[in-house]
Design a protein around this ligand. Structure first.
Ligand SMILES: Cc1cc2nc3c(=O)[nH]c(=O)nc-3n(C[C@H](O)[C@H](O)[C@H](O)COP(=O)(O)OP(=O)(O)OC[C@H]3O[C@@H](n4cnc5c(N)ncnc54)[C@H](O)[C@@H]3O)c2cc1C
Ligand code: FES
Length: 398
């Protein structure tokens, strides 16, 4: 895998999904941060004899084995222990857990979504951390995705259509006799040469059977998304792995109303969730907020408005950064999380689902917790770049 190792970098890291709620801090990576140091992977791998470490999750009692050179998250997923995750590249913070005993190191790059204080308090990023001894950890486990089989499969592009100037809708069809079982909100990865992968949320609902819809934003300078816009043709074959991720609607507290907040193509997994809820006649109150730079980027505004018009339990609000100049649509001028807070100054009673740009997710999380939201009732997918994108690119805001 073409991952970049940078031995000494100094970066400002926003605080994300803390297991310890401290603000962002400057982290200088070095070989001496404990627990959870950043060390040269070649040194760890030169021992010749494969080591194995036992990890126990104190929260659930689950015990699993991690091979030398394997992340705690990969080992857990391989053995059916479903830990939360999203980006798998150390930037979103979804996989954060607490080390109760034992130590880990970070062979590939520093734990971007942890600050020094959190490391000192025993927090670890389980998608990046590898044990250096047996561990006891504390981390929330996901029940509902445990039984879904993650598979690699080919899929044929059957539709490619522009939804906005920089958003492409792809419809892809699985081979006949193949069905993809997934939970609304999950994502897939397109498998590319040289072990590269690109993550995209599934925009269609699970009941749409063998046809999967994706909403792909053209990233400036982006290799894959540029190729999708310029070269990919209908009938081409893509290879993918799915279903992935732990972003899905929780049903354990059905009395709690939901707020869904999407930024740009962050609308895609929320669309899947809403279509799925509607198909199950789920009448939980739901308020969808969709934010973008301008009205054009609210590329399925009519669809969202239609859900609200036809279903009394659904509300829809939009927010744009650039002045709207469109009397027909009532939009909030500003950040989408501000639109949420304007209508819901007390968020303590809500389950919150967020997807879209990392900056929106980070800002939203912090602001919502400040306004009463319970951290464990905030669920999100942060649209980070691929694993092979260098640390210095991941570290800057995008
Ligand atoms: C769980 C999840 C779900 C997602 N769902 C969606 C979705 O539904 N829709 C969607 O549009 N997006 C989604 N994303 C984001 C999507 O995965 C990224 O936009 C995509 O990976 C970009 O791929 P790319 O190959 O086009 O860009 P890349 O080639 O990876 O480039 C990314 C950025 O890094 C820069 N860059 C790359 N390499 C270098 C280098 N060597 N030096 C300096 N700069 C460099 C590029 O210029 C560009 O700005 C999701 C992400 C995640 C993690
Ligand atoms: S930081 Fe580990 S899954 Fe995102």
């Amino acid at each position: 895998m073409n991952r970049v190792i940078e031995a000494s970098v100094e970066i400002m890291i926003p605080n994300k999904n803390p297991c310890c709620q401290k603000s962002g801090a400057k982290v200088t990576t070095s070989a001496t941060i404990h627990p959870g140091s950043f060390s040269d992977p070649r040194a760890m791998r030169s021992t010749g004899v494969m080591k194995h470490y036992q990890v126990k999750n104190i929260n659930s009692g689950a015990v699993f084995t991690v091979n030398e050179g394997e992340s705690i998250l990969s080992a857990a997923l391989r053995q059916g222990v479903m830990l939360p995750y999203s980006c798998k590249n150390g930037t979103c913070g979804s996989c954060k857990g607490k080390l109760e005993s034992g130590d880990v190191h970070y062979p590939f790059h520093p734990p971007l979504a942890l600050n020094r204080e959190e490391i000192g308090e025993g927090c670890a990023l389980l998608c990046q951390a590898e044990p250096t001894e047996d561990l006891e950890i504390r981390v929330r486990e996901i029940e509902a995705v445990r039984d879904l089989q993650v598979r690699k499969m080919p899929a044929r592009v059957i539709e490619k259509s522009l939804l906005a100037a920089d958003v492409m809708r792809l419809k892809i069809k699985l081979p006949s006799a193949q069905r993809l079982q997934f939970l609304a909100g999950q994502y897939l990865e397109i498998l590319l040469p040289e072990d590269k992968r690109r993550a995209f949320s599934i925009a269609s609902a699970p009941h749409s059977e063998d046809i999967i819809e994706l909403h792909i934003r053209h990233v400036e300078g982006g290799g894959f998304t540029g190729w999708v816009f310029d070269e990919l043709k209908v009938r081409d074959i893509l290879r993918l792995e799915a279903p992935l991720g732990t972003f899905f609607v929780r049903n354990d507290r059905p009395e709690r109303p939901m707020i869904m907040m999407g930024g740009g193509t962050g609308f895609a997994p929320l669309k899947s969730m809403i279509e799925d809820l509607l198909s199950h006649n789920d009448k939980r109150p739901l308020h969808l907020f969709w934010g973008a730079r301008n009205l054009d980027e609210l590329y399925m505004h009519e669809q969202a408005q239609q859900w609200a018009d036809e279903n009394p339990h659904i509300q829809f609000s939009s927010a744009v950064m650039e002045p709207a100049n469109d009397g027909a649509r009532a939009t909030f001028d500003g950040y989408v999380h501000e639109a949420v807070l304007q209508q819901y100054p007390d968020l303590s009673g809500f389950d919150i689902y967020m997807s879209g740009p990392p900056a929106m997710v980070d800002t939203g999380r912090a602001a919502f917790i400040e306004n009463g939201a319970k951290e464990r009732r905030i669920f999100f997918d942060s649209f980070e770049f691929g694993l092979d994108v260098p640390v210095r690119v991941l570290a800057k805001s995008h």
